[in-house]
Design a protein around this ligand. Structure first.
Ligand code: SAH
Ligand code: SF4
Ligand code: F3S
Length: 552
């Protein structure tokens, strides 16, 4: 049987990007072939997001297109993976029989089996009666449903999930050109912010065993990866109790935890048999020194002890960037959102971060990032002013601002009417965006004259445009397409005729600021050899939110 061609499109957060990569790896190992061209695919998969309505609308419109396509290709298999599958449940298939597979984010280890069943069902239907094949879904469904939070099923869920991450295909072939990778440390979320769908779609919080995380990072580092981003919805809440350590084969493995020397925890998770987030960061830093940049996403303002800040301060390869969303500057809103902290506590936390980590004198200023929700129900002009104050005081280097989108199944959807008109949401959104742009701009200007270590990522956007090549899909809330087994863009092969000229490349400081700089193409070193390297650059100017530098 010739290998089936799969088109996989990803929406949503970094967690989804990682899931797609793992899925692509496991399917490639089974003989499926990936294509970036949906029109030549035998199987079309969407890894979806439910966090805001807009994210779902994009998928609905893709599914609409597939309906037409199926009329011409009765054995086409269409799958909806990820958070939208989990949130909509089987209803989605009744509404859209074009969907053959539904697979929640916690069930992705079952995808190969679902896919195999769906392909066979469709093929035999198409052979016997193409008209029926067009109309009828292959109905291959794996959803976690409500079971996810029962403690009896948690351990089992943890094990099957672990197998997806453990099965990661790590070989130099798959990581062609990759220098940067995501590694999951925690799944799910227990916070239940009232607006948020994630605890419902990703299930209960489960922490991965530290040894598995470290082994995965070592394997990635062996293939040349130098930048690791640890992922978790509340990443700093990581905490592994070794007494509970159960491996995939069900064997309990007691291990001795290791505590960062000299730590004096505030919100103590400490104990010989516990690995805290601080311990984990320290272990990775010490045990895999070839990881030259260690980052983590997303932090929750609570549960952030001094021990973590001390480890970041004392470990030179841990980045000085903390993405720590506040959502609003108003205590009243924070309460309605069930964020579990006051704005005063948030400011105290930011001050503590700055006290430990802001060191511009050694070229390592601390950079903070945030998320805001604008137009949460009952938000007044006064609340909005408090959010402006939040921006001014926090001085994020960047902040994502989202208009509140009521999500079915969440507390705020059920209990609090979405009473802020869209025009007002938009107006407040624009005001906050303008203010944030000014702040980002002034932070960029402050860096001029400074010298930084830059992690080189690739050709700059401008250079790509000039050359008509693909831009690396950015992380964050954008739709990306995966073609081939390595989802990140491959290194562009540079034409020999541009030798003698310069090429503009782009990289990031350890505070996550983007820097553009020229490299010579003098034949000594070709530009692609810079990718994944850390170079030193002096900042010569700032253009809006990006910095321009020269190599020193
Ligand atoms: N776990 C992360 C955020 C995950 S969702 C955290 O707690 O910070 C990413 C962002 O989407 C959130 O920070 C929030 O700003 C936004 N968001 C989540 N639900 C939303 C909703 N219903 N409407 C608008 N924005 C939302
Ligand atoms: Fe959603 Fe809150 Fe959990 Fe973040 S912490 S994923 S916003 S419930
Ligand atoms: Fe979206 Fe699910 Fe991530 S809802 S933001 S893909 S956890």
């Amino acid at each position: 049987m010739p290998s089936k061609a799969v088109y996989l499109e990803t929406f949503g957060c970094q967690m989804n990007e990682l899931d797609s990569e793992l899925v692509a790896g496991s399917l490639t190992a089974l003989g499926y072939r990936f294509t970036a061209d949906a029109s030549e695919a035998d199987i079309v998969l969407y890894n979806t997001c439910s966090v805001r309505e807009r994210a779902e609308q994009k998928v609905w419109s893709r599914l609409g297109e597939m309906k037409h396509r199926k009329a011409k290709q009765p054995d086409l298999v269409v799958g909806v993976l990820g958070c939208m599958a989990e949130r909509d449940g089987q209803d989605l298939i009744s509404r859209m029989p074009v969907v053959d597979i539904m697979c929640g984010p916690s069930e992705l280890d079952k995808l190969p089996e679902l896919l195999d069943n769906a392909v066979r069902t469709k093929a035999s239907l198409a052979e016997s009666d193409p008209k029926v094949a067009i109309r009828r879904s292959a109905k291959q469904v794996a959803l976690q449903g409500n079971a996810s939070r029962r403690s009896s099923t948690l351990a089992a869920a943890g094990d099957s999930l672990e197998s997806l991450d453990l099965g990661r295909m790590i070989s130099p072939v798959d990581f062609d050109g990759r220098r940067s990778a995501y590694v999951r440390i925690t799944r799910g979320c227990n916070k239940f912010c009232t607006y948020c769908v994630v605890p419902h779609t990703r299930g209960a919080e489960i922490h991965r065993p530290p040894q598995n995380i470290i082994d995965e990072i070592k394997a990635l580092a062996d293939t040349g990866v130098v930048e690791i981003t640890l992922l978790g919805q509340t990443v700093n809440h990581y905490r592994f109790e070794h007494d509970e350590a159960v491996t995939v084969d069900g064997i309990v493995q007691p291990q001795k935890g290791r505590t960062y020397k000299g730590s004096h925890n505030r919100d103590s998770f400490e104990g010989a048999n516990t690995t805290t987030f601080a311990d984990l960061l320290y272990r990775i830093h010490e045990e895999v020194p070839s990881v030259r940049r260690l980052r983590f996403l997303t932090s929750y303002p609570r549960d952030f002890g001094d021990d973590v800040l001390q480890v970041i301060r004392d470990c030179p390869r841990i980045c000085r960037f903390i993405h720590v969303p506040a959502q609003t500057g108003s205590n009243r809103m924070l309460k309605m959102m069930n964020r579990g902290h006051s704005i005063e506590e948030y400011y105290e936390f930011i001050a503590r971060c700055n006290e430990y980590l802001h060191q511009p004198e050694i070229g390592r200023p601390l950079m903070l990032g945030g998320d805001l929700i604008v137009g949460f129900p009952t938000e007044t002009e006064e609340d909005h002013e408090l959010t402006k104050e939040l921006l001014t005081r926090s001085r994020y280097k960047n902040c994502y601002i989202f208009k509140y989108s009521p999500r079915p199944g969440t507390v705020s959807y059920d209990k609090i009417p979405d009473d802020i008109p869209d025009v007002l949401k938009r107006q407040r959104n624009n005001e906050l965006l303008n203010l944030q742009t000014e702040i980002s701009d002034s932070i960029a200007q402050e860096q001029v004259g400074g010298e930084f270590d830059i992690f080189v990522e690739g050709l700059s956007r401008r250079e790509h445009k000039k050359r008509g090549t693909d831009v690396k899909p950015g992380s964050g809330m954008v739709g990306i397409t995966i073609g081939g087994s390595a989802p990140q863009a491959k290194i562009a092969v540079l034409d020999p005729e541009i030798q003698g000229a310069t090429v503009q490349m782009s990289g990031r400081t350890d505070g996550d600021l983007i820097v553009f700089f020229d490299v010579p193409t003098d034949g000594v070193k070709i530009p692609s050899e810079y990718i994944g390297q850390i170079v030193r650059a002096k900042i010569t100017g700032a253009d809006k939110l990006t910095l321009n530098g020269i190599l020193v």
